[in-house]
Design a protein around this ligand. Structure first.
Ligand SMILES: Nc1nc2c(ncn2[C@@H]2O[C@H](COP(=O)(O)OP(=O)(O)OP(=O)(O)O)[C@@H](O)[C@H]2O)c(=O)[nH]1
Ligand SMILES: [Mg+2]
Ligand SMILES: [Zn+2]
Length: 336
């Protein structure tokens, strides 16, 4: 017997799953234990840590992970330079940012890069429209940096913008909400679910939210869509890779392509299209800085993962050599 399950929550030694035909909010999740390292087998033969949104096949031989169609990943800040999957098999990434306090454009750009890198479609959601006098003006500012991305401005107390989000909840679709603590992700999940699934946090006087949600969780919605709530992402972990950056910053990438030198550092070289755009005001200093910071992170991360691959390759060869030597010395084998 083979059964297909979806991971609704991933903990240290086990995952909570729902059967593929029970993703309707009416079923209780059940627990599947993982191996000692918290991993499960994949079809390719590797072992991987399952994450929320993963599909698990369970048969007599135990659980195995189905290949991921998309994955929201960030590079862990640790020395191992491993990639951590925050959510898998998602169709839409809701980049959630509050209008009050003021939205942080750099953070939106960072989250959009994370979203583009996942392979899913990003959508920006600006929350708490009821708390600001000019939500439309603020929305326009965000639209100017979220190129080719839909921006929805919402308020849960007034209901503004919620129907536009409900239109994204097509049967079978998986959405994940990311954004800073206190942005209103869980409030949004509850509003879309039509019931209190996730606990929400009080806003503190200083405007800084506590971390109310502490784990990632997939919430099946009545219409057949699924929504993953996440804790506010802190500033750790690199989210950028170069392709995703070129999409988020298509304007900067295009300018960079027009510089006279292909390896222009945009630091005063002649014929620098970026410098010209900064001078004319076509490109905002803030956006250029934001791009440069993420580009540096991406380049640093690429070097680190190269180093890790080289180290792994070295280890593998060490092992092969050892096994070969053991084989030469082993019983039943003639000495060379
Ligand atoms: N006025 C207003 N308040 C909102 C709105 N959305 C959320 N809030 C409030 O903002 C606070 C934080 O909301 P949460 O939903 O807990 O925020 P979160 O993004 O889930 O935060 P973490 O779980 O910590 O990542 C709560 O007090 C909500 O009631 C909104 O549209 N308008
Ligand atoms: Mg929350
Ligand atoms: Zn240049």
């Amino acid at each position: 017997m083979i059964d297909l399950f979806r991971v609704v929550r991933a903990d240290k030694g086990a995952v909570l799953v729902l059967p593929a035909d029970g993703l309707d909010g009416a079923h209780e999740p059940r627990r599947v234990a993982l191996d000692r390292d918290g991993l499960v087998a994949t079809e390719g033969g590797d072992r991987l840590a399952p994450t929320v949104g993963d599909w698990l096949l369970v048969d007599e031989a135990g659980p195995s992970l189905r290949p991921r169609t998309t994955a929201l990943v960030r590079d862990s800040a640790g020395a191992t330079s491993r990639v951590q999957a925050l959510a898998a098999n998602i169709d839409v990434v809701l980049v959630v940012e509050h209008l009050e306090p003021d939205p942080d454009l750099g953070r939106i750009e960072r989250m959009l890069t994370l979203a583009w890198r996942s392979g899913a479609t990003p959508v920006v959601v600006l929350t708490k429209a009821d708390l600001v006098p000019d939500p439309d003006g603020m929305t326009a500012e965000v639209e100017a940096v979220a190129l080719a991305v839909d921006v929805h401005t919402v308020s849960v107390p007034t209901g503004r913008g919620l129907d536009a989000l409900r239109a994204l909840l097509v049967p079978g679709a998986t959405l994940v909400a990311v954004g800073p603590s206190g942005a209103g992700k869980s409030t949004l999940v509850n509003a879309l679910a039509g019931r209190e699934v996730m606990a929400t946090g009080e806003r503190r006087v200083d405007g800084r939210g506590r971390h109310t949600t502490t784990h990632r969780e997939l919430v099946p919605l009545a219409g057949g869509a699924m929504l993953i709530d996440t804790p506010g992402i802190r500033g750790v972990g690199v989210v950028a890779d170069e392709d995703a950056l070129d999409t988020t910053f298509a304007d900067v990438a295009e300018l960079a392509g027009a510089c006279r030198f292909a390896d222009c550092h945009h630091a005063g070289e002649p014929g620098c299209a970026i410098q010209a755009a900064l001078d004319s005001g076509e490109l905002a200093e803030r956006r250029f800085d934001s791009w440069r910071r993420l580009a540096r992170e991406a380049a640093y991360q690429a070097r680190r993962s190269d180093a890790r691959l080289r180290a792994e390759e070295r280890d593998r060869w060490k092992k092969v050599t050892k096994e070969y030597q053991r084989g030469l010395r082993g019983p039943g084998r003639p000495r060379p």
